[in-house]
Design a protein around this ligand. Structure first.
Ligand code: FAD
Length: 310
């Protein structure tokens, strides 16, 4: 185990992490960035990205993240492919430890992101990016005039169903219980919407589709009370059953909210530990976009710069 000193350590290599490292490098802070096992973050698992500004045409998620990585390397960021498995923020310099190294940092930016929860079906994996998505804001546009299914019963599911009425010709929402957990006002909007149908007490058993071209054309739903199975024709499936922020390693070291997201002071990226900052999906359960994560990465680097000057 070796020690490595740095002014600022950035944990994570999604849009938040890369933006933070680019800004920190350009501020002369010599950042070290530890990428985690998912080099490039969540966008590595998607295909078309059409809402990240700056590109005339649709770009591919992995390509976009490769550009961010190259940009970070070009401005001198030291990128290390490792996982932080232990932290100690009780004294300065802060200690963040991987399998091989203990990083001793004057400031830390945590941008470890979040993971969408999936149903765990084989056919869901097969059609991910080809009709199956976990983000209506990101992919809804690709389903203009098509019939889609939303899976879930919380605020996100109901919001995604309402959002999809802007694009889809018909929206079906399936929930495994007989009532939603979502706020009442959202539920009212949903029940009154002419494009939305609700299927209660049911789960998705299988997503059906074609191989060539790879696309979804129906779902098999099973009623958990009657065991009856029905096939619903849809071209898109949006799984909206929640997200898990990647904060396990920070539990007990940084204040987290009841869902495990990092708490930050409003309008900043400051956590409760002075000198430790959080940016991107790890602290944001509302917007969850590449551009907002990148924006928060920028904020974190500026917050660090100010902190180190002080
Ligand atoms: C399928 C899909 C499609 C999407 N499409 C779009 C889209 O079209 N447009 C859009 O704007 N957004 C889209 N999003 C959302 C977008 O990807 C996220 O909002 C964004 O990636 C969040 O960035 P982030 O940097 O906060 O975290 P993430 O991208 O989640 O990256 C987290 C990083 O932290 C690292 N990490 C985690 N734990 C550790 C650890 N212990 N040590 C070191 N590193 C660690 C991981 O390896 C990863 O590099 C999509 C998301 C998904 C899942």
């Amino acid at each position: 185990m070796s020690d490595k000193k740095c002014k600022v350590l950035i944990i994570g290599s999604g849009p938040a992490g890369y933006t933070a490292s680019i800004y920190a490098a350009r501020a002369g802070l010599g950042p070290v960035q530890v990428t985690g096992m998912e080099l490039g973050g969540q966008l590595m698992s998607t295909t078309d990205v059409e809402n990240y500004p700056g590109f005339e045409e649709v770009v591919q998620g992995p390509w976009l993240m490769e550009q961010m990585k190259k940009q970070a390397e070009n401005v001198g960021v030291e990128i290390i492919y490792e996982m932080i498995t232990q932290v100690d923020f009780s004294k300065k310099p802060f200690r963040c430890t991987s399998e091989t190294t203990t990083y001793l940092a004057d400031a830390v930016i945590i941008s470890t992101g979040a993971k969408a929860r999936w149903l765990g079906l084989e056919t869901e994996k097969k059609f991910q990016g080809f009709g199956v998505s976990a983000c209506a804001t990101c992919d809804g546009f690709f389903f203009k005039g098509k019939e889609v299914l939303i899976v879930g019963g919380g605020n996100t599911a109901v919001e995604e169903a309402l959002y999809m009425t802007n694009h889809a010709s018909k929206v079906t929402i399936v929930h495994r219980r007989d009532s939603f957990r979502a706020e009442k006002i959202l539920q009212e909007k949903l029940f009154n919407h002419p494009k939305i149908t609700v299927i209660w007490d049911s789960v998705v058993d299988e997503i059906l589709g074609t191989e060539n071209p790879k696309s979804v054309n129906a779902v098999k739903l099973r009623n958990i009370k009657t065991n009856g199975v029905q096939e619903v024709p849809v071209e898109g499936v949006f799984v909206a059953i929640g997200h898990d922020p990647a904060t396990g390693v920070f539990k007990g070291h940084i204040d987290l909210d009841e869902e495990g997201y990092m708490k930050v002071a409003a309008g900043t990226t400051r956590t409760n530990v002075e000198g430790v900052f959080a940016a991107g999906d790890v602290q944001d359960k509302i917007y969850r976009q590449a551009i907002t994560a990148a924006g928060q990465g920028c904020m974190a680097a500026l917050d660090v710069e100010k902190y180190l000057q002080e």
